[in-house]
Design a protein around this ligand. Structure first.
Ligand SMILES: Cc1ncc(COP(=O)(O)O)c(C=O)c1O
Length: 447
């Protein structure tokens, strides 16, 4: 049994100074389950109790090469010597912007910020300015950051199919009810739902915000035809298509998810993998749309284009663009999926993978859901029971099945074998535990 005694003790102290003892609600896993990290290197992290984990959360996606990558860290040190921020610009911004434009066809012009939230917030503001319409549409199950206009979600866990659309609720308290008027959502892969909505409300809606591989919803994917249809529908109703590549960008392909689908967004947002963990985000897009910045639209921020983050991004993008790193990650992902499948098939456990091998959802169902409503049909209770067993054995995956597994260049053959061995053990621990639980509850035996 893994000891978390130092983490537990630290939690008690940290909780006296920070709500939940952490800097993001999502890092709190319970008073006795919250983990504090000592350091990370490559594809592994070590907590303050000395437990080591092969990490498939990778900070929710930014770590694309590996923790503490020497090439990127050396570049960051050079960036440090530049001096940080100046309330003026440096030449490196142009260099990184050029690299982004080379890699991503839609990125005709570029502006930098610090977080994904800031980039998406700016994208919506630019879209409002360009179209003159304040509302926006997102995918059910989508997540676009922590600003009020997108902090609404579809409640599918208590929803009954056939009883209309799921209820839309705020992510917690403090989200102004007024912002609900701007927010609309539709299920993925249902172009008619978008068309019906825009037929009725196109005078109020200026932006269609989509993550074609949903990085916060098990990697549920848009069909190629759906992407073509929604591109055409957006054009017809004078709605800008914003592709949120905060998770997929510089991860699923050099040109992001737009390259995979061969689509061109009007605006797109990037963050996470761009700097291998150093904070940098990007709003990019069509020149005629982006030129509204500075010609009516305000965009900026004290810490935008920090010299350390920019230097890290320049090096990270150079590696991703000029080496086989992304292909290597994909190949690891496919081997991992094949190994996990062998273990699950031997035990007759229905499963499938969604998303992309470098950002993959693991579903306990025969087929991948095509939208968030269908997620409720997968056996997520099995995933929920399996994840803590994996943690005990030193494999760190997200406890919530809606968050995909992330892979990085540093995941190597040793990681692969160790992951598969431990996954097999975790499955064999989970199955009898669930059986016992079902017997105790007098319910049907799970599997
Ligand atoms: C698709 C997407 N957009 C936006 C965000 C917000 O990014 P950040 O957490 O950097 O503010 C996230 C974060 O996970 C995301 O996955």
């Amino acid at each position: 049994m893994r000891s978390l005694s130092r983490s537990n003790a630290h939690f008690k102290n940290a909780n006296t100074k920070m709500p939940l003892g952490v800097s993001s609600n999502f890092r709190y896993w319970g008073d006795d389950k919250t983990i504090y990290i000592d350091h990370g290197k490559g594809g592994r992290i070590r907590d303050i109790d000395g437990n080591e984990y092969i990490d498939y959360r990778l900070a929710y996606g930014p770590i694309i090469l590996g923790y503490g990558d020497e090439r990127v860290d050396e570049a960051a040190r050079q960036g440090m010597s530049v001096g940080g921020v100046f309330a003026l610009s440096t030449e490196l911004e142009y260099e990184v912007a050029c690299r982004i434009s080379k890699m991503v066809a839609a990125a005709e012009l570029v502006r930098f910020s610090n977080s994904g939230t800031e980039a998406v917030m700016a994208a919506l503001r630019v879209a409002r300015a360009f179209t003159g319409k304040d509302g926006h549409v997102v995918m059910e199950g989508g997540y676009h950051g922590v600003f009020s206009e997108v902090m609404w979600y579809s409640e599918v866990e208590d929803w009954t199919p056939g009883q209309g659309a799921p209820q839309v609720l705020p992510y917690g308290e403090g989200v102004p009810a007024l912002t609900r008027q701007l927010f609309h959502s539709v299920p993925m892969n249902d172009a008619n739902a978008l068309e019906d909505l825009l037929k009725a409300k196109h005078n109020d809606i200026g932006a269609f915000l989509i993550e074609p591989i949903m990085g916060n919803c098990c990697g549920i994917k848009a069909d190629a035809q759906y992407m073509k249809d929604v591109r055409e529908i957006c054009d017809r109703y004078d709605v800008l298509m914003i592709v949120d590549e905060v998770k997929t960008g510089f991860r699923v392909a050099k040109g992001g998810v737009q390259e995979l689908y061969d689509i061109k967004a009007d605006l797109c947002t990037f963050a996470k993998a761009i700097g291998n963990g150093y904070p940098l985000s990007v709003l990019a897009g069509r020149e005629d749309v982006m030129r509204h910045i500075g010609d009516g639209v305000v965009h900026g921020g004290t810490f935008t284009a920090h010299s350390v983050s920019l230097a890290a991004a320049a090096k990270t993008l150079e590696i991703l663009d000029e080496t086989t790193a992304l292909a290597d990650i994909e190949s690891y992902g496919l081997k991992l999926q094949a190994g996990l499948s062998t273990i699950l098939e031997r035990r007759g456990i229905a499963h499938c993978f969604s998303g992309h091998p470098s950002l993959m959802g693991l579903f306990f169902a025969d087929t991948v859901p095509s939208n968030y409503r269908e997620w409720i049909h997968s056996d997520y209770a099995f995933y929920d029971a399996l994840a803590p067993e994996l943690h005990e054995l030193g494999i760190l995956v997200e406890p919530d099945s809606r968050e995909p597994w992330f892979l990085c260049e540093s995941h190597n053959v040793e990681c692969l074998q160790e992951t598969l061995d431990k996954f097999e053990r975790a499955v064999d621990i989970t199955l009898p535990k669930l059986k016992q639980k079902a017997v105790a509850a007098g319910g049907p035996i799970h599997r």
